[in-house]
Design a protein around this ligand. Structure first.
Ligand code: NAD
Length: 541
């Protein structure tokens, strides 16, 4: 027992390395990429002390080179899922009773491993498995992941130190218990950092976790488990299982001790999961916490006073970074007619400079989309637009899946503000543009607000302060992350807590104390120093 109140380190955002030509970091990450590319890996299930290499396996291929096998991963049987839950529950007591400074040291060490010893490995794994170019891999796998772990320690300490007031003869203590049961984390393909954070955040708060990563992030998920293990995370605290998501979820979500879902992925899957949880409600010991961050149809609304070069940059970076596969990617753009011609010309000009190809060629801004199903879905949107009289493909529209799932950045101009690509999440390098009459700015604000079911991110570009103020007010519920003169993507932990409402999720703001609060169940302890010994009120004497 140590008798001290400890302070936690003050976190800083991990600096982003630039990977310039001849830089040591560029050499290191390319070496690591080549090494991983030329090694076949077998990824196990991580259940308690065991690494289980199942008989049933699936192969892993880089999306940009889908004939090259990187190895395989294990497919969980029903018994493995049950064992993962057992293993959680077995580790629970020891883990939740480990003091906060010990739990936090493990995750702080993991952050140092991510930004140090494992930096190039986790980046290279993200480049290979998820086809991120080095800049996108660095800001995600190395920096954002380390930031999540470091900032969460600070946020957790702030939560724990938040205590009720005292009164004469009464001591009030608030204890932030871990949830009574286990957490189920289901994670998407598109961010290594999100995958790691969705299991690490509840674990930091003393919870035990069954983690089901995406099949299309499994390659870097394995590096995450390697790092957690090296950081000293006791086995059984986070159990990683992969396989049929439906089958796994059926078992996990019908367990009495299921106490929380930490999900990021598409809106459709989140709704399915929520319904399953509702159907099983009578089976649970507690009402489970449900946290889900889902899709977006993120906008950039330009006013006639917008600066054209800044606007064009926001559209290119916001719309096409990581091939538009960010929940926050700008995918519907509203341009006033007085500047739209110029903006579109510049956009086409800049887009023509973007090179497309494998992420190990560091000149490539665009690489491939994640898998064939996604490729086909995006191509359908493009081909439908080509046939539709409401839409006009003004840039791109070509694609090729012979080597990797490559789609050229595509611009669709539409005269119908409710055209399908202005409403639905495409999750690919396709940006739709609607032009409006300058004097219809207020009508356009209503359009932006009401066109799509989502409410994740959006941006206003203008140099007029009154317009900025007005748009910020009218679009209050259109975006959980609202940007002024910027792209609507690229949230940084500790700076821009991230999440949206409407169909975009429960808006529990990953990378903030708000998210961590969902993983604790406070217990109030009142101690009375001089308890009354007579039931009568003073007025009764
Ligand atoms: P997805 O919904 O296809 O998959 C997400 C996870 O759910 C994966 O692990 C998948 O295996 C699992 N899953 C699939 N079917 C399931 C089922 N029936 N039961 C249980 N689990 C199931 O999403 P994705 O393609 O991996 O990721 C892209 C989506 O994630 C986009 O919609 C994007 O907007 C969203 N996203 C949102 C945020 C955010 O913070 N709002 C961040 C990243 C991604």
């Amino acid at each position: 027992m140590i008798n001290s109140f400890f302070n936690v380190p003050k976190p800083k955002n991990e600096p982003v390395l630039n990977y310039k030509k001849n830089s040591p970091e560029r050499k290191s990450v390319l070496n690591e990429y080549d090494k991983l590319f030329n090694t076949k890996i077998d990824i196990p299930l991580y259940i308690g002390d065991d690494k289980i290499f199942s008989k049933k396996r699936k192969k892993i291929f880089p999306p940009h080179n889908h004939k090259h096998e990187l190895g395989s991963y294990s497919i969980a049987e029903k018994l493995d899922v049950k064992n993962a839950i057992k293993s959680c529950l077995k580790s629970k007591e020891k883990w939740e009773n480990l003091s906060f400074e010990n739990r936090s040291s493990i995750f702080l060490k993991a952050a140092d491993l991510i930004s140090g010893k494992y930096r190039f490995k986790i980046n290279a794994a993200t480049m290979l498995g998820q086809s991120k170019n080095i800049y996108q891999a660095e800001i995600d796998a190395a920096c954002e992941f380390a930031d999540f772990l470091r900032f969460n320690v600070l946020f957790a300490s702030q939560i724990y130190s938040n205590q009720p007031i005292q009164s004469n003869g009464v001591i009030n203590r608030l204890e932030y218990r871990a949830l009574e049961g286990f957490i189920y984390s289901i994670t998407p393909f598109n961010f290594t950092a999100i995958a790691g954070n969705l299991c690490a955040a509840p674990a930091l708060m003393g919870n035990v976790v069954v983690w089901k990563p995406s099949d299309y992030q499994i390659y870097s998920a394995n590096v995450i488990m390697e790092i957690f293990e090296e950081a000293g995370l006791p086995s059984g605290v986070i159990n990683m299982i992969s396989g049929d998501p439906n089958e796994i979820s059926e078992i996990v979500l019908s367990h009495k001790m299921f106490s929380g879902l930490h999900f990021t992925g598409s809106t459709e899957i989140f709704k399915i999961l929520w319904k399953k949880i509702s159907n099983n409600l009578t089976k649970y010991l507690n009402y489970p916490r449900i946290v889900g961050e889902t899709g977006g149809k993120d906008f950039i609304l330009a006013h006639k006073t917008a600066k054209i070069d800044e606007l064009v940059t926001s559209i290119i970076r916001g719309g096409f970074e990581f091939q538009g596969q960010k929940c926050s990617a700008a995918s519907r753009i509203y341009l006033p007619k007085s500047i739209s011609k110029k903006v579109i010309e510049k956009l086409k000009d800049k887009l023509s400079e973007l090179s497309i190809g494998s992420p190990n060629d560091m000149n490539n801004f665009i690489t491939s989309v994640i898998h064939e199903k996604s490729f086909d879905k995006i191509v359908d949107y493009i081909e439908n637009a080509r046939k539709d009289k409401n839409a006009n493909i003004i840039y791109g529209g070509t694609y090729d899946k012979s080597i990797g799932y490559f789609i050229k950045p595509t611009l669709i101009l539409t005269e119908n503000p409710n055209y399908i690509t202005m409403r639905e999440e495409i999750f690919g390098p396709v940006v739709s543009i609607f032009e409006y009459e300058d004097e219809d700015f207020n009508k356009t604000l209503d359009l932006v607000n009401n066109t799509s079911k989502y409410g994740l991110t959006g941006a206003i570009c203008s140099q007029n302060r009154n317009i900025i103020k007005h748009a910020t007010e009218i679009l209050k519920n259109a975006a959980g992350n609202f940007y002024i003169n910027d792209k609507p993507s690229g949230a940084v932990v500790g700076q821009q807590p991230f999440g949206g409402s409407r169909a975009s999720g429960t808006n529990d703001k990953a990378g903030s104390y708000l998210n961590l609060l969902r993983w604790v169940s406070p217990r109030l302890i009142k101690e009375t120093l001089n308890p009354p010994s007579n039931y009568k009120y003073p007025c009764m004497d």
